[in-house]
Design a protein around this ligand. Structure first.
Ligand code: NAP
Length: 328
């Protein structure tokens, strides 16, 4: 702990409803160890997984009390011994933190910290981590998508979906995306989809099939598998692959549907990415930021003391329009 230096941070003292996210005004500022740095946080992305962990229903449970948050953007305050890639004063974003990102300061390890180009503001920087790295893992490392293939991003208006639209388009895929509102559909098209469909509209899967001349899509990035997996199997082309990115419960499928197309269903979990895979992904994403096709879309912004509201809204409010972020 660094003497008397204190900060505001969200602390979770027990698992439960969003109200367990408490703003504490006097939390000691953490100190970076070897290979780590202290970052002054300006914004932190809110990801659905943080709500599952907070509720206590997720497989991985942190030791209580803890501060949630992996995707911060801010400025390096001090660096620990051995850090070479960044220095105090650098603008950065993270893909993981040691002490939690819903706070005015956080400690992160050097291999989880990336420079944030000037063209992106801090709220955009906080929208990169989990969403873009997951989209890349699903599209490239798991689905082995190739230019010219057709991808359906099933749930394209949220954090991962917008990232997947931009990435798929840059990689030369034919991109179809879904959203639950007209605004969401506009956003999806603005961010790289060739066509958007409304996943709340009766018969929208027929429209998707029509858009592929009945052939189906090669890859589906699925954000709500417990609702869509069965119909996904009907929308695949021969050899198609469904990437299970999000699921909030069980679903019944007919395994014979996979035989009809020799198709595959694969789970995707960013947590399992190797350091080499993360490095490769970071390099491509950085190229996207430089070239200008990677432009995170920030939807709702909440002040740090409204973290509980942000957790409520990301799960309960339909009509995603980009990434939800907390600002300090
Ligand atoms: P988000 O920003 O809250 O977006 C949720 C998306 O799901 C929105 O586009 C929403 O569209 C869409 N959706 C709602 N109902 C749908 C339906 N019936 N069919 C298809 N899509 C539907 O969340 P996110 O950050 O993008 O994450 C999406 C999911 O992936 C979450 O379940 C999250 O936990 C999971 N995830 C997994 C990993 C991993 O490593 N496996 C990593 C990141 C995220 P509308 O609101 O417009 O209806």
């Amino acid at each position: 702990m660094s003497g008397s230096r204190l900060m505001r941070a969200i602390r979770v003292g027990e698992f439960g409803a969003p109200s367990v996210l408490r703003l504490c005004p006097e939390v000691p500022v953490p100190q970076p160890g070897r290979g780590q740095m202290l970052i002054r946080v300006y914004a932190c992305g809110v990801n659905p997984v943080e709500t599952y962990i907070r509720s206590g229903t997720y497989a991985r449970k942190p030791t209580l009390p803890y501060t949630p948050g992996t995707d911060v953007a801010g400025v390096v305050e001090t660096v620990g011994e051995g850090v070479v890639a960044v220095k105090a004063g650098d603008r950065v974003f993270t893909t993981a933190t040691e002490s939690g990102g819903y706070a005015e300061f956080t400690v992160a390890a050097e291999d989880s910290v990336h420079k944030l180009p000037d063209a992106l503001d801090f709220t955009q920087g906080a929208a990169i981590g989990i969403p873009y790295f997951t989209a890349y893992r699903a599209l490239i490392h798991k689905a082995h998508s190739k230019a010219g293939e057709a991808v359906l991003i099933h749930g394209a208006s949220g954090g991962v979906g917008v990232a997947a639209c931009q990435l798929s388009r840059a990689l030369g895929l034919r991109v179809f995306g879904t959203a639950g509102t007209p605004e969401g559909m506009n956003l999806v098209v603005k961010n790289g989809a060739h066509m958007a469909f409304n996943h709340r509209e009766e018969g929208y899967t027929d429209k998707i099939m029509k858009a592929t001349d009945g052939r189906g899509v090669d890859v589906i990035l699925e954000m709500l598998s417990n609702v869509n997996l069965s119909k996904d199997l009907q929308m695949l082309a021969y050899g198609g692959r469904v990437m299970v990115i999000g699921s909030r419960g069980p679903i019944e499928i007919n395994p014979r549907d996979t035989m009809a197309k020799e198709s595959s269903i694969m789970g995707v979990v960013l947590f399992f990415a190797t350091p080499e895979e993360k490095k490769e992904c970071a390099a491509l994403l950085y190229a996207g930021m430089e070239a200008g096709w990677l432009r995170p879309v920030v939807g709702s912004k909440y002040q740090l003391d409204k973290a509980a509201q942000a957790h409520h809204d990301i799960i309960e409010s339909p009509g995603a329009a980009g990434k939800i972020v907390l600002t300090m």
